[in-house]
Design a protein around this ligand. Structure first.
Ligand SMILES: Nc1ncnc2c1ncn2[C@@H]1O[C@H](COP(=O)(O)OP(=O)(O)OP(=O)(O)O)[C@@H](O)[C@H]1O
Length: 266
C-alpha cells in the first residue's frame, strides 16, 4: 500500500439511534470524522462508545440515522462490505493466537487477493506473483507498526503489546481509508502505550488515513486526537478539540465520580 495522496472521504454518522430492548444505547448521535484526522470517541462506562463503533463497522444496524463514507451510504451494509469499501476495525480483545506475524498479516491481505483459490493452490505464475506482492506489502506494514523484526515469529511468543499491534497491522493490511481502533492500548504497560501512540501517529502520517479511536486512556486521547466527541448515556454531550472538551463543564460533570479527563487518567 503506497502512501495515497487523495484524502480519505469524510466518515459521517447522522442522527444515529440504537435501542436494546427498551434501553437507548445511542440517542440521535451525529459527528463527522474529517479526512485524515484522528477523531476520538470518549465517555464514561456505558456511554455508548462500543455501540457506536459497532454501528460504524456494520455489526449493529441503527434503529434510525445513517452512516456515510463520502457519498456512500454504509448503514445497511454487512461488515465485510464496509471493510471492502475502506473502513477497517480492530477489536478490543486479542483474537490472534495462531501462526506467525506474517501469517496473520497475510490473512488481512486475503480480502484483496484477486487470483482465485485454485490458481493459488496450483501455484500458477500469476498467483505466485500476486502472493509475493502481498508478502512485500505485509512486510512494509510490519515495519511501519514496529513488527518488522518479528515478521516470522509465532504470535503466541510475542509480548502482549506486540500482539495488540499485530491486530492493528492486520487491519491496516486491508488498505483502509478509515481505521477504527477499539481501545488500542487497553491492558498495556506505560512503555507499550507510548510505543503504540507513536505507531498510530506514524501510520496516520505515512498512509494518510483517518482514525477513529475509542480509548479510556485520556493521555493518549489528548496527545493523538484532533477532534473529540464525548458521549454520556448514549447522547453526544460535547465535541471539539481535546483542549475544548477537557474544559467543558458538561464533560467534567459526566466524568465526576469516574475519571476526570486530564492527562494522567488511564
Ligand atoms: N448487545 C447489547 N444488548 C443490550 N444492551 C447493550 C448491548 N450492548 C450495549 N448495551 C448497553 O448499551 C449501553 C452502552 O454500552 P456500550 O458498551 O456501547 O458503552 P461503552 O461506552 O462502550 O462502555 P465501556 O466504556 O464500558 O466499554 C450500556 O448501557 C450497555 O449495557
Amino acid at each position: 500500500m503506497s502512501a495515497r495522496t487523495d484524502p480519505p472521504p469524510p466518515l459521517t454518522a447522522e442522527h444515529v439511534t440504537v435501542r436494546f430492548a427498551g434501553l437507548t444505547a445511542l440517542d440521535d448521535v451525529s459527528f463527522t470524522v474529517a479526512p485524515g484526522t484522528v477523531h476520538a470517541l470518549i465517555g464514561p462506562n456505558g456511554a455508548g462508545k462500543s455501540t457506536c463503533f459497532n454501528v460504524l463497522s456494520g455489526l449493529y444496524r441503527p434503529a434510525s440515522g445513517s452512516v456515510r463514507l463520502g457519498a456512500r451510504d454504509l448503514t445497511r451494509l454487512a461488515p465485510h462490505r464496509i471493510a471492502a469499501l475502506g473502513v477497517a476495525r480492530t477489536f478490543q480483545n486479542i483474537v490472534t493466537t495462531q501462526g506467525t506475524v506474517a501469517d496473520n498479516l497475510m490473512l488481512g491481505r486475503h480480502a484483496l487477493t484477486r487470483a482465485g483459490f485454485a490458481a493459488s493452490a496450483l501455484r500458477l505464475p500469476r498467483a505466485v506473483r500476486e502472493q509475493r506482492a502481498h508478502l512485500a506489502e505485509a512486510r512494509r506494514i510490519a515495519d511501519l507498526t514496529g513488527l518488522g523484526g518479528l515478521f516470522d515469529t509465532p504470535v503466541a511468543l510475542l509480548s502482549y503489546g506486540d500482539r495488540k499491534r499485530v491486530e492493528l497491522a492486520r487491519a491496516l493490511c486491508l488498505e483502509p481509508r478509515v481505521l477504527l481502533l477499539d481501545e488500542p492500548v487497553a491492558g498495556m504497560n506505560a512503555a507499550e502505550r507510548a510505543r503504540t501512540t507513536e505507531v498510530v501517529r506514524d501510520v496516520r502520517a505515512e498512509l494518510g488515513l483517518s482514525v477513529v479511536l475509542v480509548e479510556h486512556d485520556m493521555g493518549l486521547v489528548m496527545r493523538l486526537a484532533d477532534e473529540v466527541t464525548v458521549l454520556d448515556f448514549g447522547r453526544r454531550i460535547a465535541h471539539g478539540t481535546p483542549d475544548e472538551v477537557r474544559r467543558d463543564p458538561e464533560v467534567l460533570r459526566a466524568y465526576l465520580g469516574t475519571d476526570t479527563p486530564g492527562e494522567d487518567a488511564a
